[in-house]
Design a protein around this ligand. Structure first.
Ligand code: CAA
Length: 287
């Protein structure tokens, strides 16, 4: 196990944030994504964030150049196979993630930790795709925006080894994060608590309790949330919120309290996914 270089599978919001956080903490990071376009977006995000850090005097020009030099972008997993650590940050879909885990197991050395940034899916279930390497599989759940949010939720599967857990805690700390353990239940702690609150905000909107702006203002001003729950849902992605609710519904005895609100589902089905599509609960097309 070596954390001099990590491989991040998936160059979306979470993957690019994880790679940037590693690079600004002295760790090389290779982003692996089949989409050149996605890699291009990750690269420009990294350049923009480093330039901003310099302009805000949080980094020197030299430190920024060093961080940029630690980042690389490749379209095949084989090109990143020299990494000593791998974290999967792909779409929140169990079948896609299992396929990626099989490929990760074939690609990386047999002492490499195979972590997942899943926000809700059982670690034990994902690890079952690679029975011989289950002891090296662990949940390493980062929060968006990764460079800003302090938490890493660390989730052991039934067969995760103590060595893997200790190494994950150490890596999280070396990336400037605070690791906190949670057990392997659908949604873990973070989304078990957060998503029903977001869902309830949709119910309040649907029932006519208040308009979205007022629901968000009430929660921001009354409960000191940095974003109201509906604004946060757009920021996370409405499709992600729906999918997490469904993982919890299916994984927690089909308890109806985890069924996604109808308005949330209708928005997703209409392609209104939040910030990333320009329209969600709110409209972002004009910035
Ligand atoms: N990447 C890097 N840095 C970012 C960033 C990003 N994407 N977005 C914001 N920042 C930085 C900014 O650069 C700024 O720092 P400096 O001023 O030092 O440059 C700082 O964060 C504050 O940003 P802003 O001034 O632009 O805006 P803000 O004060 O409104 O903060 C926010 C923005 C940090 C996103 C804040 O609104 C917030 O904390 N919102 C809640 C986020 C949250 O709850 N995240 C968890 C979501 S759940 C999840 O991720 C897990 C899951 O499984 C679904």
């Amino acid at each position: 196990m070596s954390t001099k270089k990590i491989a991040v599978i998936g160059g979306g919001t979470m993957g690019s944030g994880i790679a940037l956080t590693a690079a600004t903490h002295g760790i090389d990071a290779v982003i692996i994504d089949i989409s050149e376009e996605q890699l291009g977006r990750a690269k420009s995000y990294h350049e923009k964030q480093c330039a901003r850090a310099v302009s805000k005097e949080r980094m020197t020009q030299e430190e920024s150049a060093e961080a940029i030099a630690r980042l690389s972008y490749v379209t095949s997993m084989a090109e990143g196979s020299d990494a000593g650590w791998a974290v999967e940050a792909a779409t929140e879909n169990v079948d896609i993630k299992k396929k990626i885990f099989i490929q990760m197991n074939e690609t990386f050395g047999n002492d490499v930790v195979l972590a997942t940034n899943t926000s809700s899916i059982s670690i034990t279930d994902l690890a079952s795709a690679i029975p011989e390497a289950q002891h090296r599989v662990i949940g390493m759940h980062f929060f968006n925006p990764v460079p800003v949010m302090k938490l890493v939720e660390v989730i052991k599967g039934n067969n995760t080894s103590e060595e893997t857990t200790a190494a994950t805690i150490a890596l999280s700390e070396s990336m400037g994060k605070i690791p906190v353990p949670a057990n392997d239940f659908a949604g873990f702690v973070s989304n078990r608590v957060l998503m029903p609150m977001i869902n309830e905000a949709f119910h309040a909107w649907s029932d006519g309790v208040a308009e979205p702006e007022d629901i968000d203002s009430i929660m921001k001003l009354g409960c000191a949330f940095p974003m109201g729950p509906l604004r946060l849902a757009d920021y996370i992605g409405l499709d992600v919120c729906r999918d997490i609710m469904m993982v919890m519904y299916n994984g927690l005895d089909k308890n109806p309290k985890y069924l996604p609100n109808e308005k949330l589902v209708a928005l997703v089905e209409a392609g209104s996914l939040g910030d990333k599509s320009g329209q969600g609960v709110y409209n972002y097309e004009k910035g």
